[in-house]
Design a protein around this ligand. Structure first.
Ligand code: UT7
Length: 330
């Protein structure tokens, strides 16, 4: 892929995390697990869980509003609203249309996309494409996930891993100072059934048998997914750097998908980026699927770890399998 001048840039970010904190000890009271097991295998200490009546669209709208405020933009400035979610509030219409209605973004086109935990790099690539094609000038990319609604709270192999939340970014044309230097997206659909929800879609609608088998919930082959995640995150980091034409030493901060501290450490090691330059919040939020990356990016900016002119490498992996990366000058 030839190096080319940036066409789009991230001008602001925002996030939303539900108030309710669920600790490892809380989970140990519900399933056969322990704080020690969860912390040592994943790095997670606690996660946020949305109220039952809190929708994915509401969380998305909160994060979006913060990103718009930070950019000093009006909601009517949004030309396009892209929503990444594995937990749409309804199957029809899209959650993006609900977010548009909640925000009052009446000048925007809106659609959902489903690339699971890799949503942010995919969303940035789409935003960049729309801007490059001059179909849009201001694109809002929102990643919002109510994972608590699709995980099996009786399955200790998955319920300890996930959390709820939303992150957003406003993407506009690049300037001389800032821009997206590379985007990389890749998938391998042959491995879909290592991490999936077997039922609840058109192929296997929900019926009594589905409810008995609990197959409307996320199923995951943990160790197999772990190995693929390490491979894919390393590939994404390498591709991102190569396509941007920058070295690991030039990266100010690696902001990886927050699924498991061991996956993050392996990725950083492979990419040649020391852990002091890696942003981590998996301990406080668990895996918020696609929301993890924009929430982490927003926190890193708020903490001053990324300033104007900083170079960030964003890397993600998720169900599909999908993986991707973005190298961005902020
Ligand atoms: O967002 C992208 C997608 N997701 C991921 O990237 C997740 C990838 N996978 C992982 O992070 C790890 O595979 C897990 C954290 C899910 C599991 O860690 P592991 O080191 O691969 O453990 P394991 O699945 O091999 O299980 C080891 C043992 C098993 O017991 P036995 O068979 O050795 O007796 C499990 O039954 O740990 C047991 N186990 C648990 N024990 C206590 C599994 N889950 C738990 C639990 N608490 N929550």
């Amino acid at each position: 892929m030839p190096k080319r001048p940036p066409t789009a840039s991230i001008v602001s970010t925002g996030r939303f995390a539900p108030e309710n904190v669920v600790t490892n000890a809380d989970l140990a009271a519900r399933v056969d697990t322990s704080d020690e097991w969860i912390r040592s295998r994943t790095g997670i200490r606690e996660r946020r869980i949305a109220a039952e009546d809190q929708s994915t669209a509401e969380m998305a709208a909160f994060a979006a509003t913060r990103a718009l405020d930070q950019a000093g933009l009006d909601v009517k400035d949004i030309d396009l609203l892209l929503v990444s979610t594995a937990t749409p509030d309804r199957l029809l219409p899209s959650t993006a249309c609900d977010v548009q209605a909640l925000l009052g973004a009446s000048n925007a086109g809106a659609y959902d996309f489903a690339t699971a935990c890799s949503g942010f790099p995919y969303g940035l690539a789409m935003a960049e494409g729309h801007i490059a094609a001059r179909q849009a000038e201001t694109v809002l990319v929102v990643c919002a996930e109510k994972m608590s609604s699709i995980i099996d709270w009786m399955d200790r192999g998955t319920c300890v891993l996930f959390g709820d939340g939303a992150g957003a970014a406003v993407v506009r044309p690049a300037t001389d100072e800032r821009g997206i230097l590379s985007t990389f997206t890749k998938s391998d659909g042959t491995l879909a059934e290592l991490l999936y929800r077997p039922a609840g879609g058109a192929r296997i609608p929900i019926d009594i048998a589905v409810l008995d088998e609990r197959s409307q919930y996320v199923k995951m082959a943990g160790p197999e997914v772990f190995k693929s995640a390490v491979r894919a995150m390393c590939d994404a980091a390498e591709q991102g750097l190569r396509r941007a034409g920058v070295t690991a030493e030039e990266i100010d901060l690696l902001v990886p998908h927050q699924a498991n501290i061991r996956i993050i450490e392996a990725t950083a090691r492979y990419a040649g980026i020391p852990m002091e330059k890696v942003f981590i919040n998996v301990d406080r939020y668990g895996n918020m699927s696609s929301a993890s990356l924009p929430v982490a990016l927003d926190e890193a900016r708020e903490q001053g770890l990324l300033k104007e002119g900083s170079l960030a490498l964003l890397v993600a992996f998720g169900a599909g399998f999908t993986w991707g990366s973005t190298v961005v000058r902020l």
